[in-house]
Design a protein around this ligand. Structure first.
Ligand code: ATP
Length: 659
């Protein structure tokens, strides 16, 4: 037996021990749920404890199958830690058999280097058979780096293999191979908001998801109280990434889109022309809506008279106006303002009553607050409203001078509904309603929000997110070069200001883990034409193939490319201008090439996704389809993990033509 075999055998035995311990943890957790309810002092305690224990038992039972550790560090002081996706230990006080990758002690696994060993003698990485369900026999290799010996050996083959492995199914977690610059972002403190400008495939999405898992582990109380929200560009993307957090033991995180967060239960039943959409997404609309809402607030013209037994207390109009103006100047949420006015009016009545008839009771104050005269006054000078009512008014007759005549015409309803209740709202209207709802009542904030593809958000979308962040923090992820919406950000400081986080640092990631060097070089040719200032990406990967073919029949050539791709490993993505998709699908169907490994995808849905083999059909059509078509093409080209196949019959877009 070689020493490697001996080590592997020892590690397999340790893995068996861990597996048995995990089984006892699962049984123990289930048992605790049963007994937990009996030991609690009160019903409420039993409920809280029960919820906690059930949650723990559920998390343990739902643990996806897989190897229980992926690394090990041996410290100078003789301690040794195996590192995995979750802590395994039978007793909280006993040293664990496996340390959670998020624990402080695991940090050195990611950060230690030959130059800065951080007290680590040896870092060991384990090689498991692909898609192993955690059978100890699947442990097939290991690699040791002797860091304390200053040994900066060749790049780890296990690491490279993991980064270059074919992509099948949904996105996987990267807990085993997080790189130092990614780890810095994952483990940044909860009180820090950060913004990551990352070239394609640099791991922004992965970093965001692992950061979410890290924060949930490190600050469970604070985060779980407010909640954590992951925002992605669309459902296709969210379903691609949805399994990463559960694989890391976090199955209760809300993953959503900004559209879903702001729909207020309405269906989108109207479509805006681009000119109207542009105005509705513009930051100036916030002022337009605020003014429209507060236009309802009018200082009373008449004095107030409140009957009280044989008395009638009078408050003059001038004093009432002063109260209304004073509350308005304090700028509370609209609903709070209304109650504040009521409170101060009652106080003014009370002062008069007490001057004449001595102290008043709390019951008297309550009664006066509900008096018909007081409510009538508040209804007139600070009326109740719904966001729908205000927006309907704005869209029926837009008159705010901050908008130009053309802009007012663009958003004006051609046929106003009879009542705001029957209005058909567009997607952009939902945002405006959300803005108004936020002015009426401040929404409860999340503890932390991770925003992916943040470059694509409009100012009004940013504001909707900022409202939900409250005093919590943000992880803002994006790439200005991949901005494809009409309002996509051209720089980060502006976008961060809309997100209410002006002074957040912007950190660049440039090392790509998805896209091979040849593809990056091709995509970088587009960068100059994109009018954004971002550092070009570079790839960690030397492998990969790029082919560009001019053909007569694009559909036929795509079918040929897919047939060839299917002969190799991994997923195949055919990406084309949206209107070409149906025809390509039919062509692949007819050729018998449709199947689970092949996705035919409109260019507008490609963001954030990746395929081993990408076939791009007719790039010029992708560019011509929309104003930011070149940015779209940049996104499309950078979806390739191993091979990029471009087929075209029309001339290539200019930046790609340069040799
Ligand atoms: N440290 C790593 N180890 C292994 N794989 C990694 C690592 N970092 C990123 N990857 C992989 O690289 C691919 C790209 O990562 P990800 O999608 O997070 O990048 P991105 O910056 O969001 O990309 P894009 O902006 O192009 O959508 C994913 O498959 C991810 O799992």
């Amino acid at each position: 037996m070689t020493s490697l075999d001996q080590e592997l055998s020892k590690e397999r035995t340790h893995h068996d021990t861990c597996r048995a311990a995990l089984r006892r943890m699962v049984d123990g957790a289930a048992h605790q749920v049963v007994t937990g309810e009996d030991v609690s002092a009160s019903g409420a305690d039993a409920e809280i404890l029960g919820r906690h224990l059930r949650g723990r038992a559920k998390a343990l039972c739902e643990e996806p199958p897989g190897p229980l550790f992926f690394g090990r560090i041996d410290h100078e002081d003789g301690l040794r830690h195996h590192i995995g996706r979750r802590r395994i230990g039978e007793h909280p006080a006993a040293p664990p058999l496996v340390v959670d990758w998020r624990a402080p002690v695991a940090r050195a696994f990611y950060q230690a280097s030959a130059r800065d060993p951080q007290g680590v003698l040896v870092r060991r990485r384990f090689g498991w058979a692909p898609f192993s369900d955690g059978d100890s026999a699947d442990l097939t290799g290991l690699e040791d780096e002797h860091l304390a010996a200053g040994e900066a050996g060749p790049p780890s083959a296990i690491l490279t293999g993991e980064i270059e492995r074919p992509r099948i199914g949904p996105m996987r977690d990267i807990a085993a191979t997080i790189q130092p610059e990614q780890d810095d972002l994952v483990r940044a403190g909860l009180t820090e908001s950060l913004c990551v400008q990352g070239a394609p495939g640099t791991g922004k999405t992965a970093v965001g998801l692992h950061r979410a898992a890290y924060l949930l582990y490190t600050h469970p109380q604070r985060i779980r109280r407010g909640g954590l929200l992951i925002l992605g560009p669309n459902r296709t993307f969210l379903s691609y990434v949805s399994e990463v957090l559960p694989a890391l033991g976090e199955s209760d995180v809300r993953q959503s889109t900004i559209e879903e967060e702001t729909d207020r239960g309405h269906q989108v039943r109207a479509a805006d022309p681009p000119e109207a959409e542009a105005v509705k997404h513009d930051a100036r609309m916030a002022g337009v809506l605020r003014r429209a809402l507060y236009a309802r607030v009018t200082p009373p013209a008449e004095a107030l008279a409140v009957p009280d037994g044989s008395y009638r207390w009078r408050v003059p109009a001038a004093e009432l106006a002063e109260i209304v103006d004073g509350v308005r100047a304090e700028a509370p949420p609209y609903a709070v303002g209304r109650e504040r006015v009521r409170g101060r009016v009652v106080r003014a009545v009370q002062l008069r009553a007490e001057r004449r008839a001595g102290p008043r009771s709390a019951a008297w104050t309550r009664r006066t607050g509900r008096a018909r005269a007081v409510t009538a006054l508040v209804d007139v000078c600070w009326p109740k409203v719904t966001p729908e009512e205000v927006l309907a008014e704005v869209l029926t007759d837009p008159d705010d001078p901050v908008l130009t005549d053309a802009e007012r015409e663009a958003i004006r309803w051609r046929r106003p509904p009879r009542s705001y209740r029957s209005a058909k709202w567009s997607a952009a209207d939902m945002l405006l309603l959300d803005e108004l709802a936020g002015l009426v009542e401040r929404p409860a904030g999340y503890g932390h929000i991770v925003i992916d593809e943040a470059q694509d958000l409009s100012p009004m979308q940013c504001r909707a997110i900022a409202r939900r962040a409250g005093s919590g923090t943000l992880t803002v992820l994006g790439d200005l070069a991949q901005g494809t919406t009409p309002w996509a950000a051209r720089d980060w400081p502006g976008q961060l200001a809309h997100l209410g986080r002006k002074s957040v640092p912007v950190i660049a990631l440039t090392t790509g883990y998805r896209v091979p060097a040849g593809v990056v070089a091709l995509a970088n040719r587009l960068l100059g034409a994109l009018d954004v200032d971002v550092p070009p990406g570079r790839s960690l990967r030397r492998d990969g193939e790029v082919t560009v073919r001019e053909v007569r029949d694009v559909r036929e050539a795509v079918a040929g490319a897919v047939r060839a791709a299917l002969a190799r490993e991994g997923s195949v993505g055919v990406i084309a201008a949206d209107r070409a998709v149906a025809g390509l699908r039919a062509a692949l169907d007819a050729a018998g090439l449709a199947g689970p490994r092949v996705a035919v995808l409109p260019a507008t849905l490609a963001k954030g996704l990746e395929y081993d083999h990408v076939v791009v059909a007719e790039p010029a059509d992708i560019v011509a389809a929309e104003p930011r078509g070149l940015n779209r093409l940049y996104v499309v080209l950078t979806r390739a993990v191993s091979r990029l196949d471009i087929v075209h019959s029309n001339p290539l877009p200019t930046p790609l033509r340069q040799a």
